[in-house]
Design a protein around this ligand. Structure first.
Ligand code: OOG
Ligand code: NI
Length: 473
């Protein structure tokens, strides 16, 4: 009997994430070490903290969790990527402009494809940070180079037509028949493998003078996974454990510091990009062996999503840390940052919630739901506002994990892994690119991360109102 079983988008995503992990592990053996050490770290944290360790995600989710990064050259390619990942239940979320990101400008704009809903994230949280080159940007490319880049990019096909056709079927039906699913996964994973095609040395080098990322995108005829990032529960432990295995890490952990308060947003670090053998075609037509250093091993720890007010506070703290470091050149970031943070951010989850700085969902207390309220809780219910209900223990806040990215960290990781910064002409104008432009190119909306979190918080309050039988003000 033939089986007409359908493989859902969710299952396709799970299988694709596993395939990509296999592929990247075969291509970059140090990634396997990173995954191994990540798992050791996570087990240590669970042993040390018990249930607390799973507060920001079950250990099963965290163990399976990866984000990939890819880079494409044109709006057409980006629109194709949207179909390939759309088939896996991943939609664009967030717009990141890295062209003027400190500390290193990169000629790309980016979004992340990810499952939007909590349940889908829990089933498999795989996401892909996707950057697109902006050859029109005069700060990086002159008209002549832009023209040659466009011609080069227009002549390549990143994805086979069969893959795109299957993607459209999956998008329409929410999955694929089993045999098509296998084919889809083969073609999709194959599209992100490192190509063995010769790299035109002169062309690659010319682009590299502008930006290493420009060369990685526009200097080759295919795309590839740039990195595949596991999630850890203790990134400081990971960092020292990797060093202990003799793997060279970038200088710092990017993002928020280690401090005594709650983990927020995203902390990331990576091992240095490795020299990978590649074949080059030389000006005289001969082939030569060489190496490129473009792929690295990133790892991340995730914390609580911040509200726009929390995000403003975060940006202020980042600026304040930089200011103090500049004022006192002898000081160390690892000392200054925790100090600045403890002055500027509540030291508890509940404090973060009550200050309106973090995103939380709200759960009605079990006793209250069963009709057993204390006097204080009764008074809080009569008053009905969120703060009072939380303070009285009628509602328990649960943190919403930050599922997105941080441009500053992204640029920091880029920068730490590039040799030679490239040349940016700050006098020249940049091409207008924003989330609407990107949505237009892809023919689908780009979600605003903070709106996704706010909707989730609001939905939990509506559910709590149902339980309590009254409105929460
Ligand atoms: C993407 C860098 C951004 C992250 O985790 O912030 C990123 C790239 O190198 O192409 O992946
Ligand atoms: Ni990344």
């Amino acid at each position: 009997m033939s089986t007409a079983r359908t493989v859902s988008s969710t299952e396709l995503r799970t299988r694709f994430a596993a395939r990509l992990s296999q592929l990247y592990g075969a291509e970059v053996p140090a990634y396997r070490t990173l995954v191994e050490v990540s798992q050791e770290v996570n087990q240590r944290v669970v042993a040390r903290e018990g249930a607390e360790a799973e507060r920001l995600g079950s250990i099963d989710r965290v163990t399976a969790e990866r984000h990939g990064a890819i880079r494409v050259g044109t709006p057409r390619e980006l629109a194709q990527v949207a179909r390939v990942f759309g088939a896996l239940g991943m939609t664009p979320c967030g717009f990141y402009d890295l062209r003027d990101a400190a500390p290193a400008a990169i000629p790309v704009v980016s979004t992340a494809f990810r499952p939007r809903d909590r349940a889908e994230l829990a089933a498999n949280p795989f996401r892909v940070f996707t950057s697109m080159l902006v050859p029109e940007d005069r700060r990086f490319f002159d008209p002549d180079l832009e023209e040659r880049l466009r011609r080069f990019l227009a002549a390549r096909e990143l994805f086979p037509a069969e893959l795109l056709a299957l993607a459209d079927v999956a998008l329409e039906h929410g999955g694929l028949p089993a045999a098509d699913a296998d084919r889809y996964l083969d073609l999709a994973a194959g599209s992100f493998a490192l190509s063995t095609d010769p790299v035109d040395r002169a062309w690659y080098t010319e682009l590299e003078h502008v930006s290493g990322v420009a060369a990685d995108i526009g200097g080759v005829t295919s795309t590839h996974v740039n990195h595949l990032t596991p999630r850890v529960l203790d990134i400081d432990d990971l960092y020292t454990s990797m060093q202990a295995r003799g793997i060279e890490m970038i200088d710092e952990i990017q993002g928020p510091p280690r401090w005594d308060g709650p983990d927020v947003l995203l902390r990331q670090t990576s091992f240095r990009a490795l020299a990978e053998p590649r074949t080059f075609s030389e000006a005289d037509g001969t082939l030569a062996q060489g190496a490129l250093r473009v792929r690295f091993g990133e790892v991340e720890a995730r914390g609580i999503a911040l509200t726009p007010a929390g995000r403003d506070r975060y940006d202020e703290l980042v600026a304040e840390v930089d200011r103090r470091l500049a004022d006192d050149p002898g000081s160390r970031r690892a000392d200054v940052a925790p100090q600045v943070w403890s002055e500027g951010l509540p030291a508890t989850e509940r404090g973060l919630c009550l200050a309106g700085l973090g995103f939380f969902t709200f759960r009605v207390d079990g006793d209250v739901a069963a009709g057993r309220t204390t006097r204080e809780q009764g008074a809080a219910l009569a008053q009905g506002d969120l703060d009072t209900l939380v303070r009285a223990g009628v509602l328990h806040p649960d943190p919403i994990v930050y599922e997105d990215f941080l441009p500053r960290s992204a640029a920091g990781i880029f920068a730490s892994n590039l040799t030679g910064g490239g040349a940016v002409d700050a006098e020249q104008g940049g091409a207008e690119r924003d989330a609407d432009w990107m949505a237009d190119v892809m023919g689908r909306p780009v979600d605003v991360p903070e709106e996704v979190y706010a909707r989730e918080a609001a939905a939990s309050l509506r559910a709590a109102e149902q339980v309590l039988g009254r409105r929460i003000g």
